[in-house]
Design a protein around this ligand. Structure first.
Ligand SMILES: Nc1ncnc2c1ncn2[C@@H]1O[C@H](COP(=O)(O)OP(=O)(O)OP(=O)(O)O)[C@@H](O)[C@H]1O
Ligand SMILES: [Mg+2]
Length: 468
């Protein structure tokens, strides 16, 4: 590329060639048709370490503002073509964050006062002293920096308080999210309990994101997906030579999550041996790597999740009671989707958006009867099942809206759904409920009394007796 090529390109792109700009310095644009005044002001402000741009009329000034982010504009009020007041109005729409200071001559003060109402920051009357105008520009810069900082803070706070990826406005969801926002900033261990697909992992991540640990690692481990003999070394790490193949020391997830959050998914699946080790870390914050004697100390916030009833597992002797209490400092229950049907349309449209973009298909909406069908369905697989349903529907969809035909038979088959659920009005006598429950379950099992008894948790003998 010839040496002047970049300059040419710069010219074509309307990039300022006189990039005297100091990186990071605030940018001041001075507008005046009086060239000598313009030049002397430029020198004054460059000495104040500002990046100074100049324009000799309003039109040129607007050109600059369209291309560059300008912090403060210092403009003459009376200029041929476009007055300072006109420029001010344009600036308010093009660059609302820029502060405008007007320079007025004696006799135009009233106009300047008017301009203040239109959103000018201040005005200075000519002839002015250097120190006076420098002070004025600096104050405008300070005000602007404060405004920007405030806006950024507010935006950050908003995204922090409302985890945007968690969709749901139903009461159970709002209560759950309130709880999340409330406990996240602490270091307390959180136990998330909820059916499969209710969003436990999503909430675990939100707890981390809303905590002061947000800049530290979030480490997740699925205790059910890792073979029992490997889980221990995955969690705590191992020393070189701990077992055949351990050629180097390896840090475990606890160490990797130091300072941050460790998400123990499917905690109900861990073996008694690992339960013991886990209890110790929770109590003392320390452990040893496998095959080692050196004690490792960590500062880790634990979020655990399970779709089992852990208290019940404790009663059955499958889960250590002491560990349960250590984990269950704060329990957050994730409501199943069927108990918050108001969220179904919201979630459906959210996933429509997601999969429409992923598949680059112009699917715009969901037909009324398809939505009604979804709202009536029980969703045993909760949000995950709904998500999969929408993904499938978007892929299958031939037109621009999702029809009932695009939904899987499990969702549309009212008969199938009906045969798996009974609706019972509040106030129905228990005897009646029992009768219908037994009857419908028998229907579902095809009259298998043993299976029916098993499902209902009663003795087969009892079924026979009840049928009689
Ligand atoms: N409220 C929600 N808003 C948006 N997406 C959600 C919501 N709840 C769940 N999801 C989505 O549903 C899917 C399942 O969620 P997640 O993996 O968090 O569930 P889970 O409770 O951990 O399920 P499992 O017990 O089966 O592991 C994910 O793709 C997740 O993004
Ligand atoms: Mg999960």
């Amino acid at each position: 590329m010839p040496w002047n090529a970049t300059a040419e390109i710069a010219e074509q792109l309307h990039v300022d060639k006189d990039e005297t700009a100091i990186p990071g310095a605030p940018i001041l644009l001075i507008v005046d048709d009086d060239i000598s005044n313009l030049e002397s002001l430029k020198r004054v402000f460059e000495r104040e370490n500002l990046s100074v741009l100049t324009a000799t009329d309003g039109r040129e000034a607007l050109e600059v503002i369209r291309r560059r982010r300008v912090n403060v504009i210092l403009t003459d009020l009376m200029m041929p073509g476009m007055t300072g007041t006109d420029l001010l109005r344009s600036v308010r729409t093009i660059a609302p964050e820029a502060e405008v200071i007007l320079m007025t001559a004696f006799g135009t003060v009233e106009t300047a006062v008017e301009a203040m109402k239109d959103g000018a920051y201040d005005f200075v009357t000519k002839p002015f002293k250097r120190i006076q105008i420098v002070k004025c520009v600096k104050r405008a810069l300070e005000k602007q920096a404060l405004l920007i900082e405030n806006r950024d803070l507010r935006a950050r706070l908003e995204t922090m308080m409302r985890p945007q990826d968690i969709i749901g406005s139903s009461l159970p969801m709002r209560q759950m999210l309130d709880m999340v926002a409330h406990v996240a900033p602490s270091t307390a261990t959180v136990l998330l309990q909820g059916e499969s697909g209710t969003g436990k992992e999503l909430v675990a991540r939100a707890v981390h994101r809303l905590s002061p640990r947000v800049d530290k690692p979030f480490v997740a481990i699925n205790c059910a997906a890792i073979p029992e003999n490997i889980l221990e070394s995955e969690l705590f790490g191992y020393e070189r030579g701990a077992f055949t193949g351990a050629v180097n020391r390896k840090e475990g997830r606890f160490k990797l999550a130091d300072g941050g959050t460790l998400f123990l998914d499917e905690i109900g699946e861990i073996s008694p041996a690992v339960q013991v080790k886990l209890l110790r870390v929770l109590q003392e914050g320390e452990f040893e790597r496998l095959g080692g004697t050196a004690t490792v100390s960590v500062d880790v916030r634990i979020v655990a999740a399970t779709n089992r009833d852990l208290a019940e597992e404790v009663r059955r002797g499958n889960f250590r009671e002491d560990l349960f209490y250590r984990l269950n400092v704060i329990m957050i229950s994730l409501p199943p989707l069927r108990t918050r049907r108001d969220d179904i349309p919201l979630l459906a449209h959210h996933f429509l958006q997601v999969y429409r973009e992923k598949n680059r298909k112009d699917v715009r909406g969901i037909q009324r009867d398809a939505l009604d069908t979804m709202c009536a369905y029980q969703w045993p697989g909760n949000v995950r099942e709904l998500e999969n349903t929408l993904e499938r529907a978007v892929v299958l969809c031939k037109g621009d809206t999702i029809r009932k035909e695009d939904l899987p038979p499990t969702v549309t088959d009212v008969g199938a759904a009906k045969s798996r659920y009974i609706t019972v009005a509040l106030g129905t006598p228990l005897e009646e409920v029992e009768k219908r429950l037994i009857h419908e379950t028998l229907q579902m099992t095809g009259g298998d009394k043993r299976l029916t008894a098993q499902l209902l948790g009663i003795a087969t003998r009892t079924i026979y007796r009840k049928i009689d």
